[in-house]
Design a protein around this ligand. Structure first.
Ligand SMILES: Cc1cc2nc3c(=O)[nH]c(=O)nc-3n(C[C@H](O)[C@H](O)[C@H](O)COP(=O)(O)OP(=O)(O)OC[C@H]3O[C@@H](n4cnc5c(N)ncnc54)[C@H](O)[C@@H]3O)c2cc1C
Length: 199
């Protein structure tokens, strides 16, 4: 299988909202970006595939006058203008068009990154390339950059690079967080059921 090589200043792995905002911000600062997402649509958890609404700033209406700003804010305003019924597929399009408007971004959908080439000590691993498989067209693509952003939602790229990691909750004294447990543990978020009701 022929290996294609894509060289850009930055490679962003994961096209959820974190990856999209990072890619757009970098592109606007003049960097060339490869944005690689393993699903056919951008938006990650917020996309029509999962449909988690984005409401961090408002805290579900508690902070009535708070809003996401920056690139998220741009997409929200566009979505409110074009998508008054909140159709999830139109939101997909708003996110896609935000990315497509940036000439510096090369977009790779349906491309699952599963190989990472890295070297250096555990504390200072340096990623040299990541390689993905584009489903459907059966292309194997290696992405080479000076910088890689792990926006997979699960820290997969860091893990595959051999970076140090931990799972669970930190102890309160580590970051002075009031709600953290006194002693670190391995508890993580369990399953969440997300459903819509229509009356
Ligand atoms: C059920 C549920 C309810 C939630 N409710 C809220 C809420 O009410 N308010 C709120 O603010 N937050 C909520 N969240 C959390 C919020 O969805 C996440 O914090 C947010 O989606 C994180 O965005 P992200 O871009 O980092 O990751 P994600 O949205 O997970 O995006 C990651 C992207 O990377 C892609 N990817 C993963 N691995 C690879 C790979 N190897 N190669 C290529 N691409 C890859 C994925 O397909 C995806 O597109 C909820 C989450 C869930 C699951």
């Amino acid at each position: 299988m022929k290996l294609e090589v894509v060289k850009t200043d930055i490679t962003v792995v994961g096209g959820g909202l974190a990856g999209v905002c990072a890619a757009v911000a970098a592109a606007r600062l003049g960097q060339t970006v490869a944005l690689v997402n393993n699903r056919p649509v951008l938006g990650g958890n917020s996309s029509s595939e999962v449909r988690v609404w984005v409401c961090g700033a408002t805290a579900h209406g508690t902070h009535r006058y708070a809003r996401e700003t920056g690139i998220m804010g741009e997409m929200f305003v566009e979505n409110q203008y074009r998508n008054i019924d909140g159709n999830p597929y139109i939101w997909d399009l708003v996110v896609l068009e935000t990315v497509r408007a940036e000439k510096n971004i090369l977009l790779f959908l349906n491309t699952d990154v599963h190989e990472v080439e890295a070297d250096g000590e555990e504390d200072e691993r340096v990623i040299r390339s990541v390689t993905g498989w584009m489903m459907g067209s059966e292309r194997r693509i290696r992405f080479e950059s000076k910088m890689f952003l792990d926006c997979t939602g699960d820290g997969l790229i860091g893990f595959l690079a051999g970076a140090k990691y931990r799972i669970g909750r930190e102890a309160r004294h580590e970051y002075d967080e009031d709600w953290a447990p006194e002693v670190a543990d391995d508890i993580t978020l369990g399953s969440t059921l997300l459903f819509y009701t229509i009356c």
